[in-house]
Design a protein around this ligand. Structure first.
Ligand SMILES: NC(=O)c1ccc[n+]([C@@H]2O[C@H](COP(=O)([O-])OP(=O)(O)OC[C@H]3O[C@@H](n4cnc5c(N)ncnc54)[C@H](OP(=O)(O)O)[C@@H]3O)[C@@H](O)[C@H]2O)c1
Length: 249
């Protein structure tokens, strides 16, 4: 019997879970457990790390997973690498469901950097008012650039305050709009946006707002991930499951 394990934490993973529930495909959605209030889901949910490649391999066997879908965020590089290794170990077919990355459009003023360290290094100049949209876990890396004023936006209020001497924290889980993000940037006098090239529509409002306001964006490129089949839409994953099932894999 088909049993899909969806590695989640993204809107794509939730959309796939909903599609599975609608079609009666057995699926389990896995969260890392970073968010205090994960959205309700129409399929069973498990929460927390598996314990590396060995732990995930064990889980795949014990839960009799027939198909593994890595629908984690494009910057969740460790989980994605573990998924490739465990799928290979156990012989479970794996695909990724991910959003295509953003590309620079007319009006954009991107400065591309390879990673968080590259973004920190690029902020070595005089004080600016920065919208720092890199996710809660990476904010403290910017403590070595204390001259800037940072606008932060987190899904949950953090247990310990960010280690940035000058910051303002907004707690909001979106969805965000161009008009809303533009107003936020104007209200806080933002003159630079730091963002990860997440891609997709859920987080693009800040990029569009920066374009509308002619603001530069320090754009962090995606990490290079292990080779795997990649889909950009839920329908393709559903087809893939059907295809494999027909062939009895
Ligand atoms: N990185 C981002 O920018 C970002 C943005 C939005 C959402 N997210 C979501 O947040 C979660 C964590 O991202 P991350 O960047 O911290 O990942 P990561 O660095 O690649 O993963 C670190 C560890 O967290 C555990 N983990 C990650 N995703 C998991 C999942 N879906 N289910 C169970 N365990 C998971 C794994 O622990 P074990 O080794 O113990 O299995 C993994 O080795 C992911 O679900 C991701 O989709 C990330």
């Amino acid at each position: 019997m088909t049993h899909l394990l969806i590695l989640g934490g993204t809107t794509e993973a939730s959309a796939l879970a909903a599609a599975c529930a609608q079609r009666g495909i057995a699926a389990t959605l896995s969260y890392a457990g970073r968010t205090a209030r994960p959205a309700n889901q129409p399929v069973p949910v498990r929460i927390g790390g598996f314990g590396g490649v060995a732990g995930l391999s064990r889980y795949l066997e014990q839960a009799k997973v027939t198909h593994l879908v890595d629908a984690t965020h494009p910057f969740a590089a460790r989980m994605s690498a573990n998924a490739v290794a465990a799928a290979k170990d156990i012989g479970v077919p794996l695909v990724s469901l991910t959003r295509p990355e953003w590309n620079e459009e007319p009006g954009d003023r991107w400065i591309r950097v390879a990673d968080i360290a590259g973004a920190v290094a690029a902020l070595n100049g005089p004080a600016r008012r920065v919208m720092l949209a890199v996710g809660r876990m990476h904010v403290d890396a910017f403590a070595t650039r204390p001259q800037h004023h940072y606008l932060l936006r987190f899904v949950d209020a953090p247990e310990t305050p960010p280690a940035l001497p000058r910051h303002l924290l907004v707690v909001d889980r979106g969805p965000f709009t161009l008009a809303g993000d533009r107003a936020l940037m104007e209200a806080h006098g933002i003159d630079l946006v730091v963002a990860k090239n997440a891609g997709g529509s859920g987080a693009v409002a800040k990029i569009e707002a920066a374009r509308a306001l002619h603001l530069p964006v320090l754009m962090i490129d995606r990490p290079v991930l292990a080779d795997r089949a990649e889909f950009h839409d839920v329908g393709a994953v559903i087809e893939w499951i059907g295809h494999r099932a027909e062939r009895g894999v």
